[in-house]
Design a protein around this ligand. Structure first.
Ligand code: FES
Length: 160
């Protein structure tokens, strides 16, 4: 069969960027942990924030997820640097997949993992900095266009 992964995905899988070394997250301003209910994999994303500008200055991560999760989170961690917290919060798995040169449909849930953990790191930053009013709830995202399936549908199906 044909190799379903782009060169960029392979490159980020072989040489992932911004991997968090060690267990210590004290130097970071926001920490997010997520699990992927579809496959049971886990992800941690940590951010440093320029508090004046509310921009992300550093984003590191680690995961027990698969190759697609590794590659998509590596790309995501590069994409968010310099963005405002609000802009970073709204990056979609689709944008990440596009940046990667595409992901097979059945692997989209893997790219959702990193971006969920990023959103929880951003919310964690707001909570730690007395800005609870900015904490945003997860938005429902359509992740399978052909059947209008959302990430919540997938999670519900797995939980049932
Ligand atoms: Fe679990 Fe990809 S299969 S993150």
């Amino acid at each position: 069969g044909e190799w379903a992964y782009s060169d960029k995905l392979k490159e980020h899988f072989m040489n992932p960027k911004n991997i968090l070394q060690g267990e210590n997250t004290d130097d970071f301003d926001g920490v997010g942990m997520e699990g992927n209910l579809q496959c049971g994999d886990q992800m941690m994303v940590v951010i440093k924030v320029d508090k004046e500008k509310e921009t992300i200055t550093d984003c590191q991560w680690k995961t027990y997820g698969c190759a697609s999760a590794i590659a998509s989170t590596s790309v995501l961690s590069e994409m968010v640097k310099g963005r405002t917290l609000d802009a970073a919060f709204h990056i979609s798995p689709k944008e990440v997949a596009l940046e990667l040169g595409g992901l097979p449909d059945h692997k989209i849930h893997c790219s959702v993992l990193g971006d969920k953990a990023l959103r929880s790191a951003i919310n964690n930053y707001y909570t730690r900095n007395g800005q609870e009013e900015k904490v945003k709830q997860e938005q429902v995202k359509v992740i399978c266009q052909c059947m209008s399936i959302t990430d919540h549908d997938i999670e519900d199906a797995v939980l049932e």
